[in-house]
Design a protein around this ligand. Structure first.
Ligand code: ADP
Ligand code: MG
Ligand code: MG
Length: 209
């Protein structure tokens, strides 16, 4: 229904792939400053492989789509971001049933995905990673849905929270991943993974229509 629409994970991944494609140069530029200048190309390789896999064999259910996305990302992306995003989607799949992603189940899947990223990468708040965009988005989803918001409104609020978290990575010194090797020289640059993670929320908002 319009009051409780489902978010189609295939549409979500398709919108994510489109946004990654549009922003790949920017993501790589950010990674050039504090990493090894491959985040845009890593993510583009991964999300292109996901949409190709979906085109070849369309997943029949929401958990199947999320699981396939996770497996393809892990397999196709060389770099820290592949296993992290891959684990996000595998964990999201594991808590999603075949009815699909309504507001409550999306928030639950997103939280499980975030927990997977933490289990895999051990990021803590303020480490200057994708966590710093994903975690405020997960909190905003939970809070706004508890307050009675629709999924559409909750995603708007979560997007704003992710953007703030992303922007707040600029003054931080990286404590995880390649950027941490730079020490103080990582200060003053926006984290590439927090930037792509914000696109993940924007993609969900777009996929909802
Ligand atoms: P690599 O660093 O292997 O080249 P990418 O450039 O694709 O991989 O991804 C870098 C991004 O991955 C960083 O900007 C950061 O957001 C994220 N990242 C790295 N290590 C971790 C970690 N341990 N936990 C969460 N995110 C991480
Ligand atoms: Mg890199
Ligand atoms: Mg790399």
């Amino acid at each position: 229904t319009e009051a409780n629409p489902l978010l189609d994970p295939i549409a979500w991944l398709r919108e994510f792939a489109a946004l990654i494609d549009e922003n790949a140069d920017r993501l790589t530029e950010l990674d050039a400053a504090i990493g090894d200048a491959d985040h845009g190309s890593n993510m583009r390789r991964g999300t292109t492989a996901v949409t190709a896999a979906f085109a070849e064999a369309p997943p029949a259910t929401a958990p199947d789509a999320l699981k396939q996305a996770g497996m393809v990302l892990i397999r196709s992306v060389g770099g820290a971001s592949g296993p992290l995003y891959g684990t996000f989607f595998l964990r999201a799949a594991a808590v999603t049933d075949e009815i699909g992603l309504d507001a409550t189940s999306f928030a639950k899947a997103f939280r499980a995905g975030l927990d997977g990223v933490v289990a895999r990468g051990k990021a803590e708040p303020g480490d200057k990673t994708m966590f710093d965009a994903l975690a405020p988005a997960a909190d905003a989803l939970d809070e706004s849905l508890e307050g009675g918001a629709t999924l559409s409104t909750a995603l708007e609020i979560a997007l704003a929270a992710a953007e703030s978290g992303r922007d707040a990575t600029v003054p931080l010194q990286a404590r995880k991943g390649r950027a941490s090797y730079l020490g103080e020289r990582s200060v003053g640059h926006q984290d590439p993974g927090a930037t792509s993670a914000t696109l993940l929320i924007r993609a969900a908002r777009r996929a909802l229509g």
